[in-house]
Design a protein around this ligand. Structure first.
Ligand SMILES: Nc1ncnc2c1ncn2[C@@H]1O[C@H](COP(=O)(O)OP(=O)(O)OP(=O)(O)O)[C@@H](O)[C@H]1O
Length: 618
């Protein structure tokens, strides 16, 4: 039976992905809940029937009181035993059936599927954001918003369909019931309802921003805490546990203050509501007793009116709680939308075609990128890299080497200028096709918390086991992989590497990353300090492998250790985001410029700190 309800909506149903999701709360919700429309209508209809059933029971209670009071006991029972039995059957069988349908629609069809749909779509949307977008926020905060928006969306739908629909129908039913007896009974009910609506309106208007602020403060807490955990090595290295605690403590305190503000509004609301309900109980009971006293109403009516006042009284707390929960949920969704509903920062152009790789000619024209700051980054770079050419890039720290590579990969759109591959502007082709043609090994290699096999296969998921092992062997990693064993007893290629590869040495991580790129076998190769984590013995072996891997490819290799790029066809020296010198190793030495100075300072070492010190003194 549950399966039927659980399968009423498919949360993974195909949908049109948009680059710019609606930025207004209700349009956003309408968009996400579109597949649920029919189920929502059904749930609403069943809820109305449920509420009417409850009002009907109240009415029937009044009827019982009336015939018990007006007839002698024997006659009352013999006259009414059939309807009493029917009422009993209704309460025992039909009412549980309707209530069952009601909760099954809400709990089994809507809540789990709506949560799943929102998580699924939100995560898909976020993953399409460019690298720069992630660099501008805490990973923890992004994750928190992706995690708290789905339950908040389903809570909002639940409260709307559950409490709101029920309350509204009950109120209308009560008005209808009392007006049928005596229209004067409607007066306290309508007055109370108007007061209640006013209170709800005022409270909701106050709770909404408070709830959004509280939710934002919670996300900030997660952001800070996750940042500490993610950088636990630095925290411990500098023995800054206390600072980190204080840093998180500040956000935790902000969250407390925000929650206190929200809770004060709720407490105030509760107190006013109790007073308002008191007015309803006293008003309705007094009026019905007066009507009975003046002969206009029966004892049954007094019983119904009083029971109704008590029932509405109980219900209002629930409704107030539900409306607060609804508003809190909407506040959380609104806060989540600050992340989830952001337009995709870097999209494929309309009608973009796949990059057609021919020979690997890279032309960089007037390339400028300052990360939106007006300075730093790259400044007017012109560079042509011939097909199959191997180019080394050197320069001081901050000269713009990594920026150049990030722009080549289109992690950012350049602020000015263009990069062409085989005559095609990379801004005009699809990002996926561009990145398929580029293999990259980075200085800071982070591996996924999966098995070694999965990490290497990331380069080419459809590769065979033999190809994968071959790539590992070429990257000098087969032997150490064979000896790996994780805490769960999985060994070799099946061993889990730990989050970001922390259970491996830096050199081992770099070799696995290299194997991944060897397996990918893309025609353009980017090496960003690809061997920086290796000891000199392994590096010598890997360098030979790398020269083999570079065969027939266009290569851009960034290095601080000049010995690793001295054999390149050409070396480009970057300085302050511009090309300062270029030529072969020998030509550059003969020029006696920047490169020659770097080389002189390096006895097999790095571009030294002294350069920066010297420069600062200039
Ligand atoms: N995401 C970013 N947002 C803003 N500025 C950035 C960003 N990344 C780099 N920069 C700035 O751009 C300039 C060039 O940085 P880049 O990382 O390209 O230098 P680099 O030559 O690769 O340095 P290194 O050798 O230290 O890796 C620096 O001034 C840096 O502060």
């Amino acid at each position: 039976m549950f399966r039927f309800f659980e399968n009423l909506v498919d949360p993974y149903v195909a949908y049109e992905e948009t680059d710019a999701p609606p930025r207004r709360l209700f349009s956003f919700l309408r968009d996400y809940t579109r597949p649920f429309r029919k189920v929502f209508v059904l749930a609403m209809a069943v809820k109305i029937v449920t509420a009417l059933t409850e009002v009907g029971l109240l009415w029937y209670m009044g009827r019982i009181v009336d015939f018990l009071a007006s007839e002698d006991p024997r006659a009352a029972l013999s006259d009414h035993w059939i309807e009493l039995a029917a009422a009993a059957v209704f309460v025992l069988c039909l009412r549980p059936f309707i209530a069952g349908l009601d909760v099954a629609l809400l709990h089994n069809a809507i809540v789990p599927n709506l949560r799943t749909l929102v998580s699924w779509r939100a995560h898909r949307h976020i993953l399409r954001q460019p690298v720069g977008w992630f660099e501008n926020d805490f990973a923890g905060r992004i994750a928190n918003r992706v995690m708290q928006t789905p339950p908040a969306t389903s809570d909002a739908a639940f409260q709307l369909l559950d409490a709101m629909a029920f309350a509204f129908t009950t109120f209308l039913g009560s008005v209808a019931l009392l007006s049928a007896v005596d229209s004067r009974l409607m007066v306290p009910l309508v007055l109370w309802f108007l007061g209640y609506l006013f209170l709800l309106r005022v409270s909701v208007a106050r709770v909404a921003p408070a709830a959004q602020a509280a939710s934002g403060a919670r996300s900030a807490v997660t952001g800070r805490i996750v940042d500490s955990y993610a950088n636990i090595h630095s925290v411990k290295l500098f023995a800054h546990d206390d600072r980190e605690i204080a840093y998180a403590g500040e956000a935790i305190e902000n969250a407390r203050t925000a929650l206190q503000r929200e809770m004060r509004i709720i407490t105030r609301m509760d107190i006013i509501l109790t007073a308002l309900n008191g007015g309803l109980i006293v008003g309705l009971s007094t009026l019905s007793i007066w009507l009975w006293y003046s002969g206009a109403a029966s004892v049954g009516i007094v019983a119904v009116a009083t029971a109704m006042a008590l029932r509405l009284n109980n219900m209002t707390y629930w409704i107030m709680w539900a409306s607060t929960a609804l508003v809190q949920a909407l506040g959380t969704v609104a806060e989540g939308m600050e992340t989830i509903a952001q337009p995709i920062g870097l999209v494929d152009r309309l009608g973009a075609r796949d990059l057609e790789f021919r020979e690997g000619l890279i032309e960089i024209r007037g390339l400028r990128h300052h990360y939106g700051r007006g300075s730093g980054g790259l400044d007017a770079i012109d560079l042509t890299i011939q097909p199959g050419e191997k180019v080394g890039i050197v320069g001081r720290s901050g000269a713009g080497k990594s920026t150049l590579v990030k722009l080549l990969l289109r992690f950012y759109d350049a602020e000015a200028g263009a990069i062409m591959i085989d005559g095609q502007d990379i801004a005009q082709v699809t990002q996926a096709s561009l990145r398929r043609q580029i293999g990259m090994v980075q200085q800071e290699t982070s591996l996924l918390h999966r098995s070694v096999r999965d990490n290497i296969l990331y380069g080419r998921p459809d590769a065979t086991e033999a190809d994968m092992i071959d790539a590992a062997k070429r990257a000098e990693s087969h032997d150490f992989i064979e000896s790996l064993r994780d805490p769960a007893g999985r060994g070799g290629y099946g061993a889990q590497v730990g989050e970001r590869g922390v259970k491996l040495s830096g050199g081992q991580r770099q070799r696995i990353a290299l194997a991944r790129v060897i397996l990918k076998d893309a025609p353009i190769l980017v090496l960003d300090e690809a061997t920086s984590a290796l000891d000199s013995e392994v590096e010598a072996v890997i360098q030979n492998t790398l020269y083999g891997v570079m065969e027939g490819k266009t290569v851009i290799a960034i290095a601080h250790r000049l010995s690793t790029i001295a054999r390149m066809d050409r070396i480009v020296v970057l300085e302050d985001g511009r090309v300062a010198e270029e030529g072969t190793h020998t030509q550059l030495l003969a020029m006696n410029g920047l490169y020659a100075r770097f080389w002189e300072r390096q006895s097999g070492g790095f571009i030294g700190l002294e350069d920066d010190t010297e420069r600062a003194a200039e």
